[in-house]
Write a protein that binds this ligand. Structure first.
Ligand SMILES: N[C@@H]1O[C@H](COP(=O)(O)O)[C@@H](O)[C@H]1O
Length: 203
């Protein structure tokens, strides 16, 4: 199975996928990494792993539809079985999302449906939550609203800063995202009627 990963920055989730492929936990090939920002560390991680790395700078496409159309054809050119958003910080158009419906996955650093959008760690702290976490979900046109596949919870400590919580959450991200991808490429995980289904069980 072929995986295409979209990033915007550091790429710690991408690195976890690269390591899982190299370690035999993820039986797939990462055939392309695409960033919407030039010069990010995630692109270096891809090059170091011998994966074709592409940058499609969204600043070159003032019209969102044009950026998404270009991105869609670049992704289609590598014929992926899964398109994986890993710290990809762009809102995608409904056309783009529909085109990859059922094979487009995202990781969001909160216990969805709580804290859709940005700054999730600080918002959990400001809200006085005792627990926080991360969700992997299928992408639908509703931002951070697609069917959730798996979540991992972490405690929030009184003296936590957002950076402490981010580190604790990212540790979980690196564990669960490769696992979900393995389920998907093994054909065990699908999206049906806006629901995530694993081994014929609705999640
Ligand atoms: N969407 C969020 O963006 C961050 C990106 O991290 P990285 O994979 O680029 O290190 C992650 O925390 C992810 O949940």
């Amino acid at each position: 199975p072929r995986i295409c990963v979209l990033i915007s920055g550091n790429g710690s989730n991408l690195q976890a996928m690269i390591d899982a492929v190299e370690g035999g936990q993820l039986n797939a090939e990462i055939v392309a990494v695409i960033s919407n920002r030039p010069g990010v560390f995630g692109l270096e991680r891809a090059e170091k792993a011998g994966i074709p790395a592409h940058c499609l700078d969204h600043k070159d496409y003032p019209v969102r539809d044009e950026f998404d159309a270009k991105l869609q054809s670049l992704i289609d050119s590598v014929k992926p079985d899964a398109v994986v958003l890993a710290g990809f910080m762009r809102i995608l158009t409904a056309e783009f999302v529909e085109h990859f419906s059922g094979k487009l996955l995202n990781i969001h650093p909160s216990l969805l449906p709580k804290f859709k959008g940005l700054n999730t760690h600080q918002r959990a702290i400001d809200n006085g939550d005792s627990e926080h976490g991360v969700s992997v979900h299928f992408v639908t046109p509703e931002l951070d609203g697609g069917p959730v596949i798996i979540q991992s919870r972490v405690p929030v400590f009184e003296d936590d800063a957002a950076s402490d919580l981010a580190e604790r959450v990212q540790e979980q991200e690196r564990r669960i995202y490769p696992l979900v991808l393995q389920w998907f490429v093994a054909g065990r995980l699908t999206m049906k009627d806006n629901k995530a289904v694993l081994d014929d069980h609705i999640l």
